[in-house]
Ligand binder design. Sequence first.
Ligand SMILES: [Zn+2]
Length: 407
Amino acid sequence: MSDLIIRNVRTPETEGLVDLLIVGNRIEEIGAGLVAEATERDGNGALLVAGFVESHIHLDKACILDRCHNETGTLEGAIASVGSAKRNFTADDVYDRGKQVLDKAIVQGTNAMRTHVEIDPGIGLAGFHAVVALKRDYAWAVDLQICVFPQEGLTNYPGTQELLEDALGCGGDLLGGCPYTDSDPNAQISILFEMAARHDVDLDFHLDFDLDPSWRHLDEIARKTIAHGWQGRVAIGHVTKLSALPHAELMEVVSLLKDAGVALTVLPATDLFLMGRGEDHLVPRGVAPAQIFHEHGVCCTVATNNVLNPFTPYGDCSLPRIANLFANVQQLSTESELQACFDMVSDIPRRLINQSRRIAVGEAATFVALPALTGGQAVAEIARPLWGFKDGKMTFEQAPSKLFEPG
Ligand SMILES: [Zn+2]
């Protein structure tokens, strides 16, 4: 592989336009007007970032609208219709659908992902094995982290725990939970913490996914996190109940999550689609205000969750679009607010999945070029990534748009 100079780009850590010299899979030099014998690429002023990170997605149940439909539009309707479609999932089928999502996500500038995978005696390890194969086959473009979890309950579905143990022993990276579908939610939480400690893995729960503020599971998660010394290793996703709390009560939860070192993941496309179905006017948004938690030092991420299925019948796998959707729902507008939205789909989820990347000398040549001056602008305009590299190799490029003016 010959050396490469990428000219005229901005990076988060440099002033003005710079060039990058790439040797092998590393960044050898960064500076203005670099001189070297190398192939050249003009960055035309693009912003280079380390890439988008999908902190919560379901590759195994994506792209199934041709075979199931959410009759009620509710969370229960989504779980029921996917549950029955899942009976016909095979490893090849999961692989093909996961591939469709990954192909789209790569072009959208995503180069790392945490995918949840459903495991229970019905599907067995078929979906899991397919995702393990995707992880291997897409390592050239995406670092895939596999979170195995019991979507249909743990204590109420005998055999599930044994399968989760098997998956953690052969490629599962961490353990997910879904207490709200369990007949004994607190027992599920206890078992998952005990398993996480035994396997030394992180935890990521689907949690408090409704708008009733009169009860919740997050206090138990915070308590268990501290009791197990698992601060910084636990995330909770959805937590739509938070959108139903008055400010003072919300701030108590901010302190609780901060003290427990529990991360919050918001999934606006799904939350907006499924919440508030009982209302016929002034429909609540049902999206947790992660920006307030972020402002007070809680690790917060925003993610896609589902693509073209009964939980979310939309999806282009664009994290700039999801960040923009979140900003729009939360009425965010200043550069620092929009930059925070950018950070919640890039550097912060990268920390959540225990990865670090910088565009700096000696680091891996992994980055994505955006047509923007800042991350905030990329969110405001839903910037369409131009091209990207992983470990010194180009992973995608999108042809620039052209206008054909008359004459
Ligand atoms: Zn999910």
